[in-house]
Design a protein around this ligand. Structure first.
Ligand code: SF4
Length: 231
């Protein structure tokens, strides 16, 4: 299966009844500011080249962001912070992401999430995380030949991703702990190149509006991961 095949299958997924109901209700009711738009209202596949050297792993689509536009981190404040930082360190063609046809391309980087449907209150259940993890596991297996580094945005993504990395890499037990600025190197199961894993606070408004996470902090982690990935 190619990455394009995987992405096509993801957008048709209806495995989590609660999330299917929520994503579709949000798309029907809409936010007043977007009432003239047609919401995507479906799972949001990963965004970026299938031979990416670097992956950025978030949490899940935002109800009125990616669930509206159909592309990861597009059309919301979190994306404003993330793409500005990615552009600043040479990983994105432009600093803004407003809609799926805005011309944005990513350089050697694929953005994805462990849960691909917008969850109520941004809180997927452990069961939903584990169900959707099957998609991310396949995505990681397809990226494996080129993937050299991962930036994980937030503790939820960290907890979801690390068990899945065993598909190709040795993950120590006990598992490495999440923190902003942490770095770990995981050896490959097949003896190939290792994977460098970087922790970064999530680019949520809760973190960026309070100053817990600044643009400079995001850029520093992304720049380190870019260099580790050889981009
Ligand atoms: S969260 Fe993932 S597994 Fe659940 S319905 Fe959406 S795409 Fe499917």
């Amino acid at each position: 299966m190619s990455m394009a095949d995987l992405d096509r299958q993801v957008v048709d997924c209806r495995a989590c009844p609660r999330l299917v109901a929520w994503r579709e209700e949000v798309a029907r009711v809409k936010r007043a500011a977007f009432r003239d738009e047609t919401y995507w209202g479906r799972p949001v596949p990963g965004f970026g080249p299938a031979d990416a050297k670097l992956a950025v792993v978030g949490l899940a689509p935002a109800a009125h962001g990616a669930n509206r536009t159909g592309r990861m981190f597009t059309g919301d404040r979190s994306g404003d912070v993330l793409y500005a930082a990615m552009h600043a360190v040479g990983l994105a063609s432009q600093p803004t992401a407003t809609h799926i046809d805005d011309g944005l391309t990513l350089i050697g980087t694929r953005i994805t999430a462990p849960v691909k449907c917008a969850p109520p209150a941004n809180k997927p259940t452990p069961e939903e995380r584990d169900t959707c993890g099957a998609w991310l596991k396949q995505e990681l297996a397809l990226l494996r030949p080129t993937l050299r580094a991962v930036v994980v945005l937030g503790a939820f993504g960290w907890q979801a991703l690390l068990p899945l990395l065993t598909v190709a890499w040795h993950v120590p037990v006990p598992r490495p702990r999440f923190g902003h600025g942490v770095q770990y190197t995981l050896d490959a199961r097949d003896g190939g190149p290792p994977l460098k894993v970087f922790g970064c606070f999530h680019v949520s408004q809760q973190n960026t509006f309070t100053g817990k996470l600044t643009p400079a902090m995001v850029e520093a982690v992304l720049a380190g991961a870019r260099d580790a990935a050889g981009i």
